[in-house]
Write a protein that binds this ligand. Structure first.
Ligand code: HEM
Ligand SMILES: *[C@@H]1O[C@H](CO)[C@@H](O)[C@H](O)[C@H]1NC(C)=O
Ligand SMILES: *[C@@H]1O[C@H](CO)[C@@H](O)[C@H](O)[C@H]1NC(C)=O
Ligand SMILES: *[C@@H]1O[C@H](CO)[C@@H](O)[C@H](O)[C@H]1NC(C)=O
Ligand SMILES: *[C@@H]1O[C@H](CO)[C@@H](O)[C@H](O)[C@H]1NC(C)=O
Ligand SMILES: *[C@@H]1O[C@H](CO)[C@@H](O)[C@H](O)[C@H]1NC(C)=O
Ligand SMILES: CC(=O)N[C@H]1CO[C@H](CO)[C@@H](O)[C@@H]1O
Length: 327
């Protein structure tokens, strides 16, 4: 083979390699997607998030949960942000929403980013970035967020009800729910650790377990009786407004205490306690309460995986002008 022939062969192969790499990027997300089109986007979003979290750290769990709810319903496409209209009851107005908070942070970040680069940064990416920033600002782990998501044009309460796992789920239902989103049993164990921070309303997730578990005025026998007694002091039957810490005594700290609580049968929901009823998830829970815990390293990669669920990229979807409204 002459050297020009060899060179052209090498060139051909390199072109092929770059073409394939390019294709992979076009179809997926990549870290630094806005580096050319809006280089300050991530800094502006972090700045806005910091302004809110420094005043109200309790918004951090709410913003983490918002990303989870966005991704599980129609993929991570910002559909959780859309407001209902006369004709459409949006995700926000589905029963499990009652407690979603922090929309003002997303709206403020979007306004700030639009000022700098109008029409470039999606609301779906803002939700993913704010969730990361919020967790790292309360001294939780941090991770690089692949971006390039585009915003969806559909948001229905019905989809939210169908796709969000219920706190009354058993392990079979949780595995099916996470599996249907391409997440593994380990991802389920790791991401459930998000419940190391934040609060829940007593009603209905906790009160049904405490007061009417099988419809006979009974208490869920799988809860540690001392914990059930303590919860009954806070959560009274019929009170719709009382809230309780997800991870008592440590609900502001992003740490491994959630797993300690679950291992002692003090998981707040049936879905938390369910992690003990399957070998893989149980092994994960128990491995986190010993000195070699991996949770803080496992969480970021699991969030990145969750953040890829059903994303719209390329020319799909749109870049919303205002996060609460389809263009
Ligand atoms: C495994 C299935 C899951 C179920 C059944 C579930 C259910 C719930 C429920 C019922 C609440 C309380 C809402 C309220 O009444 O105020 C809650 C709160 C919360 N969830 Fe989950 N969740 C799950 C997974 C996740 C995941 C994967 C994350 C994030 C990685 C997450 C993060 C949170 C956070 C941070 C809160 C506290 C929110 C706040 O303080 O406002 N959850 N979850
Ligand atoms: C972030 O906010 C501070 C004031 O809180 C401001 O001085 C700084 O320029 C902002 N940075 C960006 C990238 O917007
Ligand atoms: C969207 O609806 C919420 C109530 O669900 C309301 O508080 C908010 O102001 C609305 N957002 C906009 C931008 O109109
Ligand atoms: C989980 O719940 C479903 C629906 O209620 C039920 O059919 C199934 O038997 C339960 N599985 C376990 C392992 O408890
Ligand atoms: C307990 O559950 C049963 C069956 O679902 C229902 O008939 C009853 O009204 C409930 N009791 C309370 C106090 O909610
Ligand atoms: C619910 O409990 C709170 C205290 O956590 C109390 O202030 C409120 O009055 C109660 N509401 C009802 C309807 O009992
Ligand atoms: C925050 C939010 O939008 N909450 C809504 C949840 O859904 C109920 C109806 O099911 C609305 O009344 C709330 O405003």
């Amino acid at each position: 083979m002459t050297s020009p022939e060899l060179l052209s062969l090498i060139f051909f192969h390199l072109t092929l390699v770059f073409f394939v790499l390019d294709l992979a990027n076009a179809q997926g997300l990549k870290v630094g997607f806005y580096q050319q089109t809006c280089p300050s986007a991530e800094a502006i979003i972090k700045n806005t998030t910091a302004q809110y979290i420094s005043r109200a750290p309790s918004l951090a769990p709410a913003l983490l949960r918002m990303h989870f709810h966005d991704c599980f319903v129609n993929g991570c496409d910002g559909s959780v942000l859309i407001n209902s209209t006369k004709k459409n009851q949006a995700e926000k107005d589905a029963a499990p929403n009652t407690s979603l908070r922090g929309f003002q942070v997303i709206d403020a970040a979007k306004t700030a980013v639009e000022k700098k680069c109008p029409g470039v940064v999606s609301c779906a990416d803002i939700v993913a970035l704010v969730a990361r920033d919020a967790v790292s600002m309360i001294k939780g782990p941090s991770w690089s967020v692949p971006t390039g998501r585009r915003d969806g044009r559909v948001s229905t309460a019905q989809n939210a009800l169908k796709n969000l796992p219920s706190p009354f789920s058993n392990i079979t239902q949780l595995k099916a729910s996470f599996g249907s989103k391409g997440l593994s049993v380990k991802d389920l164990a790791v991401l459930s650790g998000g419940h190391t921070i934040g609060i829940s309303h007593c009603f209905p997730s906790v009160t049904i377990r405490l007061y009417n578990f099988t419809g006979k005025g009974d208490t869920d026998p799988t809860i540690d009786p001392n914990y059930a007694a303590a919860l009954k002091k806070i959560c009274k039957p019929g009170n719709l407004t009382t809230i309780v810490e997800m991870d008592p005594g440590s609900s502001k700290k992003f740490d491994t205490d959630y797993y300690t609580m679950v291992s002692k049968r003090r998981g707040l929901f049936q879905s938390d306690g369910a992690l003990l009823s399957e070998s893989t998830t149980k092994a994960y829970v128990l491995s986190q309460i010993s000195s070699g815990s991996t949770f803080l390293n496992d969480f970021g990669p699991a969030m990145v995986k969750m953040g890829q669920i059903g994303v719209l990229t390329g020319k799909s979807g749109e870049i919303r002008k205002r996060c609460a409204f389809i263009n």
